[in-house]
Design a binder for this molecule. Structure first.
Ligand code: NAG
Ligand code: NAG
Length: 315
């Protein structure tokens, strides 16, 4: 169900409020597919961040000030251009000048990583991504509401001809499609992911690795029962073999070992965090978000140890 990536924020009682020691770092949010910058879910997240760290300046990224237009831009457009637009948008916000923390939901998290690698001016300090397809999606499991014309149009274009320039230039999720069983087509035709993951031999961009490697922290959350992002391990940059069911964690992949994008630099500095959350894609509880925000946002890099759902993997 790749299209149902709007946040469902399950409200629970008893939110702890941290006392900030200084002015908290600003926060930038990028929403997911089918969502909009001013949706109820995104506003809930912004409010929660401000509750946890009072005084936080929050900016929600938009590609169109109109909600419907913004939602439409999550399906249609060229990701390269969208990221360029966001680079100018963020550079024009005075509150962000000295850097900010960033939270991205689903594809929004992957695109924020694109912002870091391509622009990072002003720079991101801590990047948290929720169920983001960093290693692509190997399947389209579209499930659109019968009345959702935008979703259905995108979906049928994806199914018919994902590697044609027409689709790669217009349909957003096609630009991060990646089937490990069919890497040649991907390397040749992918309009976004193959570039941002620096997978093309001979064309590896050093700036990408320098920029991502400069993060203070990169937190990647994977939903345990995610059936929307296929494979769900993509949220951790892991490779998944659908024949054997074997998963290769990022540190065992060439992307890491040869440090194509700066992940190893971060790993060596112990700045990578692999987190799991119970539930399906974008099923976020207020409790979970509060814990993450306390630990990682507000400008403090080293928070107190969190509860059960935090899982440091290997390094
Ligand atoms: C590498 O990426 C940076 C940032 O997007 C860009 O300015 C530069 O032109 C790229 N270099 C090459 C060789 O493509
Ligand atoms: C998955 O595993 C099988 C069996 O070991 C292997 O033949 C195949 O090449 C693997 N696929 C990928 C994409 O590595």
């Amino acid at each position: 169900m790749i299209f149902l990536t709007t946040i469902s924020l399950l409200v629970s009682a008893g939110v702890g409020i941290a006392t900030p020691t200084g002015r908290p770092l600003p926060l930038v949010i990028w929403h997911g597919l089918g969502d909009a910058y001013d949706s109820e879910g995104i506003q809930g997240v912004a409010n929660l961040a401000q509750k946890v760290h009072p005084g936080t300046f929050v900016h929600s990224i938009y590609l169109d000030p109109d909600s419907d237009g913004d939602r439409s831009a999550t399906f249609f457009g060229r990701v390269d251009e969208q990221i360029a637009t966001v680079c100018s948008q963020l550079s024009a916000i005075p509150e962000l000048t000295s850097g900010f923390n960033a939270v991205g939901f689903s594809q929004g998290g992957q695109f924020l990583r694109g912002y870091v690698q391509r622009c990072n001016n002003p720079p991101v300090k801590t990047l948290i991504t929720f169920g983001s397809p960093h290693n692509g999606i190997a399947d389209f499991l579209a499930e659109c509401k019968p009345t959702d014309f935008v979703c259905r149009t995108a979906s049928s274009a994806l199914r018919s001809s994902k590697w044609t320039p027409w689709v790669q230039n217009r349909i957003v999720p096609a630009q991060y499609f990646r089937d490990p069983e069919d890497l040649d087509a991907y390397i040749e035709h992918s309009a976004f992911l193959a570039d941002i993951n620096n997978e093309r031999p001979g064309e590896r961009n050093k700036t990408y690795a320098e920029n991502l490697g400069s993060l203070e922290r990169f937190v990647m959350l994977m939903f345990e029962d995610d059936t929307t992002i296929v494979p769900k391990e993509s949220a951790w940059f892991a490779e998944f073999n659908k024949t054997t069911g074997e998963r290769t964690l990022v540190e065992d992949r060439e992307l890491y070992k040869q440090d194509w994008i700066g992940m190893k630099k971060l790993g060596d500095r112990k700045r990578l965090e692999f987190v799991t959350a119970p539930g399906r894609h974008m099923e976020l509880s207020e409790e979970l978000l509060t814990g993450l925000f306390k630990k990682y946002l507000g400008g403090r890099v080293d928070g107190e140890k969190m509860g059960l759902w935090v899982q440091g993997v290997g390094f």
